[in-house]
Design a protein around this ligand. Structure first.
Ligand code: FRU
Length: 482
C-alpha cells in the first residue's frame, strides 16, 4: 500500500510517488483547496519541474490529481501562484465564467547552461474548468527578464484600493513589486530588501498579504531564503510593515522567522480565502531534501497553518497555528490535569496506549526545563524541549535514527522564546517522521523531520527536577490516507 510505507507521513500531504518540493498556486475556489507543487514525475530527485496537483475540501485530506503543467519550449515550470480572476480582467475567461490564472516562472535550462542572465521569465496559464485542466497563454512570457539571473517565484494578489494586480517577485537579493491591470502586462513598481533582513543566500518564494490588527491593516512580506536560515540551510523570514500599492516599508529591526526549525521552506499562503490566511510550507531543507532515506517518494508538506498577528512589547509578530480542521482527524482525546513529572514520566501511564501520529498539548503555570522524548527500543530518540536559562526551545535529532545521509542533519536546533510569562503552552503535531512544535500559541514554531530505523512507539516526559503540567491533552490522529 503506497501510503503506508516506512516514513510515509500519515497526516501530511506527500505525492504517491517521486519528487516534490515547493507548494505552488495555492488557491481556494468553489469549496476546493487547490495545492499545486514542484514535481518531477520521473525520479525521486529534483529534475525538470512540472506542477503536480492535489485537492482537498478540508485542508487535511488530499486527493492527488493529474499533473497540471508540463515543461514546454520556454523551459521548466518553476514556482508561482494562482488567483481567481473574478471580473475576467485577463479576458481569458469563457462564457462569463471567472478563469483561474496560474502565474509561474519559465526556467530555460538551455539558457542556464549557456550562463545567460535572462533564463527565468514569468508566464501564465488559465483554467476554465475550476482548476481541473490548464492551458498556457499564447503569448508567454508575460514578464521578461531584464538581466537578473535569479528572477522567479511570482506571487500575485489583487490590490483592491488601487484596483490592480500586484506581483511580488524574488529578484536575487531583494523582492521586486510589479503591477498589472489584466495579469498580462506588468509594470515595475518598486524594490525591497537590498539592505534589510537575512542575506545568507538567495531570496526565493516571497508572499505579500494583509492581516488584520484590531481593525487596522498590517502588511506581511514572507521571504524564503536559501541558505541562511537560523538552523542552517533553507528557511522563511518575514517582515511586518505597510504597503501602499507601490512600495512596501517596514520598521523591522531584527530578522523574524516564521518557523525556526530546519524543515519548513518555500511556504506561502492560499489566495481567495477571505480574511483567513492559511500558510503551507515544504517540509524539508535543500541541505538534504535529495538524499533523505525514503524510497518511492521524496518529501512532504507541513500541516496548513493559520497566520495571525500578536503584539509583543513594541513588536508585532506573526503567530502560526495548525488549522482548526485538524480536529476532524482527532480520535479519543484525553485531558489530564495537574500531572507531576518527577524526573521521568511515561506518557502512556496517563493517557493509555500512545500511537503515532498524535497530538500532544501541554500547559503549565510555571515553566522549568523539560523535554518530550519520542523513542524506540533501539535507543533512538528525538528530544523536544525548553531550556530556561537560554530561554530557548530546542529539538535535538542527534540520536534520532538514520542521519548519515548528510552531515548537517544530526543537529540540535534551537528557537527563541518571545515572551517572559511564567506560564507556557505547547502543541506538538507528531507524525511518523516529523514533528511540528507550536509554542506560546504559535509565537515560536519549529518543524523537524526524522528517520528512526524502527518507528518510534514511546513518548516520555522529562524534567530536571519536578515539573507540574497543569493540563495535558493527548489525541491520536487518524491517517488521512484511506
Ligand atoms: C525554492 C526553489 C524556487 C524555484 C523552485 C525550483 O525551493 O528553488 O526558487 O522556483 O524551487 O524547483
Amino acid at each position: 500500500d503506497v501510503y503506508h510505507e516506512m516514513y510515509r507521513p500519515q497526516i501530511h500531504f506527500s505525492p504517491k510517488e517521486k519528487w516534490v518540493n515547493d507548494p505552488n498556486g495555492m488557491v481556494y475556489y468553489k469549496g476546493v483547496y487547490h495545492l499545486f507543487f514542484q514535481y518531477y514525475p520521473d525520479s525521486t530527485v529534483w529534475g525538470p519541474m512540472h506542477w503536480g496537483h492535489a485537492t482537498s475540501t478540508d485542508l487535511i485530506h488530499w486527493k492527488q490529481q493529474p499533473i497540471a503543467l508540463y515543461p514546454d519550449s520556454l523551459g521548466y515550470i518553476f514556482s508561482g501562484s494562482a488567483v481567481v480572476d473574478k471580473s475576467n480582467t485577463s479576458g481569458l475567461g469563457q462564457n462569463g465564467h471567472a478563469p483561474l490564472i496560474a502565474i509561474f516562472t519559465s526556467h530555460d535550462p538551455i539558457g542556464e547552461k549557456a550562463h545567460r542572465n535572462n533564463y527565468q521569465n514569468q508566464s501564465i496559464a488559465y483554467s476554465n474548468d475550476d482548476g481541473k485542466t490548464w492551458k498556457k497563454y499564447n503569448h508567454n512570457p508575460v514578464l521578461k527578464n531584464p538581466g537578473i539571473t535569479d528572477f522567479r517565484d511570482p506571487k500575485v494578489m489583487w490590490y483592491e484600493p488601487g484596483k490592480k494586480w500586484i506581483m511580488t517577485l524574488a529578484t536575487k537579493d531583494r523582492v521586486t513589486f510589479y503591477s498589472s491591470p489584466d495579469l498580462l502586462n506588468w509594470k515595475k513598481e518598486s524594490e525591497f530588501g537590498e539592505h534589510i533582513g537575512a542575506h545568507g543566500g538567495v531570496w526565493e518564494c516571497p508572499d505579500l498579504f494583509a492581516l488584520d490588527d484590531n481593525g487596522k491593516t498590517v502588511w506581511i512580506l514572507i521571504v524564503n531564503i536559501n541558505p541562511g536560515a537560523p538552523n542552517l540551510g533553507s528557511g522563511a523570514q518575514y517582515f511586518v510593515g505597510s504597503f501602499d500599492g507601490n512600495k512596501f516599508t517596514t520598521s523591522n529591526n531584527n530578522t523574524k522567522w516564521l518557523d525556526y526549525g530546519p524543515d519548513d521552506y518555500a511556504g506561502i499562503t492560499w489566495s481567495n480565502t477571505g480574511s483567513r490566511k492559511i500558510f503551507l510550507g515544504w517540509m524539508s531543507n535543500w541541505l538534504y531534501a535529495n538524499v533523505v532515506p525514503t524510497v518511492r517518494w521524496r518529501n512532504a508538506m507541513t500541516i496548513p497553518r493559520e497566520l495571525k498577528l500578536r503584539h509583543v512589547g513594541k513588536d508585532i509578530l506573526v503567530v502560526s497555528e495548525p488549522v482548526k480542521e485538524l480536529n476532524i482527524i482527532q480520535q479519543h482525546p484525553i485531558t489530564v490535569s495537574n500531572i507531576v513529572v518527577d524526573k521521568n514520566l511515561d506518557l502512556h501511564q496517563k493517557t493509555g496506549a500512545v500511537k503515532f501520529p498524535c497530538r500532544l498539548n501541554l500547559s503549565m503555570d510555571t515553566v522549568e526545563d523539560f523535554s518530550v522524548v519520542l523513542s524506540n527500543d533501539m535507543g533512538e530518540q528525538l528530544m523536544i524541549g525548553y531550556n530556561k536559562s537560554d530561554t530557548q526551545f530546542f529539538i535535538d535529532r542527534t540520536k534520532s535514527g538514520k542521519r548519515s545521509f548528510q552531515k548537517d542533519f544530526a543537529a540540535r536546533d534551537v528557537a527563541p522564546r518571545f515572551i517572559k510569562n511564567n506560564g507556557m503552552n505547547l502543541s506538538l503535531i507528531i507524525d511518523v517522521s516529523s514533528v511540528e512544535l507550536f509554542a506560546d500559541d504559535g509565537l515560536t514554531v519549529m518543524t523537524e523531520i526524522f528517520f528512526p530505523s524502527k518507528s518510534y512507539d514511546k513518548i516520555t516526559l522529562h524534567a530536571k527536577e519536578k515539573l507540574i503540567i497543569k493540563k495535558l491533552s493527548y489525541a491520536n490522529l487518524q491517517s488521512i490516507w484511506k
